[in-house]
Write a protein that binds this ligand. Structure first.
Ligand code: ZN
Length: 94
């Protein structure tokens, strides 16, 4: 699953180009001609507020452009959830 434009949801190759440390240029979506993901430059609190307000663009940013396969440790989540399930299941019997 690749990176996606937060406005139209179409796939984009890059979200930004970095010229030097701290100097980036946001890429535009080829489909809708908008900046593909402007949340890259926003602070976490702004993104969190938009997530609380259920803005679709903020969810697209989080799900498609932040939480990629490289970031998520699926094996660790599986082990932790299995262990939690077994512990909670044991508590039912006592
Ligand atoms: Zn777009």
């Amino acid at each position: 699953m690749g990176l996606r434009c937060i406005h139209c949801g179409s796939e984009v190759k890059k979200l930004y180009v970095q010229y030097s440390p701290g100097n980036i240029r946001l890429m535009k979506c080829e489909n809708c001609k908008e900046v593909a993901d402007h949340y890259i430059e926003c602070e976490f609190m702004i993104i969190l507020i938009d997530l609380i307000l259920h803005k679709q663009k903020a969810y697209r940013h989080l799900l498609y452009n932040v939480l990629t396969q490289d970031v998520i440790d699926a094996k660790g989540i599986l082990w932790k959830s299995s262990l939690s399930y077994l512990m909670l299941d044991t508590c039912i019997f006592f």
